[in-house]
Design a protein around this ligand. Structure first.
Ligand SMILES: [Zn+2]
Length: 409
């Protein structure tokens, strides 16, 4: 084993940084990195353009952190070549997790050019050691290397501001857009935070989450103090939240209470977290306050108030009650396809212009252009809308106008 070539020090340990929702942008978002990572540097995309109602951002380079546990004790170059050989023999061969999103070829290229560093947390600082293919992986090692980021395309939609004063901001989040695409990277252009930044709101902090496929009220603090006031209200249940949902069927009477305790499990097929009703789960309470509209196709628009804030609470509770959200396949609804993307000349031209050899996503998009792969689609959205957020103790009340599907106008 060679001696370390170089050891760098930083004054603070980014491991202590907060990690939120990750990975929707990494290496195309189409092959997800399972490892957690934080950024060291990020070149935010300079170009955003729209085509056929879709927003695209040009790819850019971003440094990621990858846990090397799956190849501990091995010479990193050997592990990479072994994976390369295995994939040559069998495309579906199981290879270590470090190649989930970064191809073996890309690893080798980065090692050759001195672009891979191993980081270690020492007393109050991080140490970095530049490594090459001969490096033997030690326990707890994390590598840092650059990846080529392809942000997920997003629907070209406005972000309406529904409330603003010196402390607080509330918007109506469009369905199908992430709040933060990659928090480690700061704002990324095609997320709510990135779009708000482009509108001139550069220092706003979301006080809660709404799932990507869901639309509606999203509250922000304009400074840390305002943020903590909102978050304290949410934590102490001093907030009234009402959602709109369009469901398959609906109750005959108003005011129905749903009290199924909820747990979160990982779906074995999709590896995504899902809520399940479970006697040992956490207390959860929703009230179907009113049937606001009944539609010809047998669906109904319901106003649902939630008294707890469990993961996927409205979606799971409505399914439990027998009226699943009509287009939410995760919880008993009928699946719908998102809009096709990368079918315009400009988007296809971008793929040719911003290619990076060894990037798996670039290879994938090449196959889309050549017709070997079908065009990808936007993530589907669902008929669930965060309608009202009221903070009585702060004297604040936010409303996001009902979407067209609610049929209320
Ligand atoms: Zn690429």
């Amino acid at each position: 084993m060679r001696e370390p070539r170089r050891v760098l020090r930083t004054s603070s340990c980014p491991l202590l940084g907060r990690l939120g929702t990750l990975l929707s942008v990494c290496a195309g978002g189409y092959s997800l990195l399972r490892e957690q990572y934080v950024s060291a540097s990020c070149l935010v995309p300079t170009q955003v353009f729209k085509e056929h109602g879709i927003l695209y951002a040009t790819p850019y380079d971003h440094e990621v952190r990858v846990k090397l546990g799956s190849i501990m004790g091995q010479r990193i170059g050997d592990a990479i070549r072994k994976a390369q050989e295995a994939r040559k023999l069998d495309e579906d061969a199981e290879i270590p997790g470090i190649f989930n999103s970064i191809s073996p070829g890309w690893w080798l290229q980065q090692l050759d050019s001195g672009g891979v560093r191993v980081e270690r947390c020492a007393w109050q600082h991080l140490e970095f050691e530049q490594i090459d293919a001969d490096y033997v992986v030690k326990e707890g090692d994390r590598a840092r290397l650059m990846i080529h980021v392809h942000e997920r395309a997003a629907p070209d939609v406005e972000i309406p501001i529904v409330y603003e004063d010196r402390q607080f901001l509330a918007i109506s989040k469009p369905a199908g857009v992430d709040i933060t695409a990659n928090p480690s990277c700061g704002s990324v252009r095609l997320s709510v935070i990135g779009m708000l930044e482009a509108m001139g709101y550069s220092n706003v902090y979301p006080a809660h989450r709404i799932d990507k496929p869901v639309s509606g009220v999203l509250c922000f603090g304009k400074n840390k103090k305002a943020l903590s006031r909102l978050m304290r209200c949410i934590r102490n249940r001093k907030v009234q939240k009402t959602y709109l949902a369009r469901t398959l069927g609906g109750p005959e009477e108003d005011g129905l209470r749903i009290l199924e305790p909820l747990d979160v499990v990982q779906d074995k097929l999709t590896m995504k977290s899902v809520a399940v009703a479970s006697a040992t789960g956490k207390r959860a309470e929703s009230v179907v306050e009113k049937v606001l509209a009944r539609h010809e196709d047998g669906t109904a628009t319901l106003a649902v108030r939630i008294l707890t804030g469990r993961y996927h609470q409205v979606r799971c509770h409505l399914q439990q009650a027998g009226w699943p959200i009509a287009n939410d396949p995760t919880y008993g609804g009928v699946p719908q396809l998102g809009q096709e993307i990368f079918n315009g000349t400009r988007a296809r031209q971008m793929i040719q212009e911003y290619q990076y050899p060894g990037c798996k996503s670039c290879e994938y998009f090449q196959d889309v252009v050549s017709g070997e792969e079908p065009p990808p689609r936007l993530d589907p959205t669902i008929w669930l809308h965060s309608w009202h957020y009221d903070f009585p103790t702060l004297g604040l009340s936010f409303e996001a106008p009902p979407p067209d599907w609610a049929g209320m106008s």
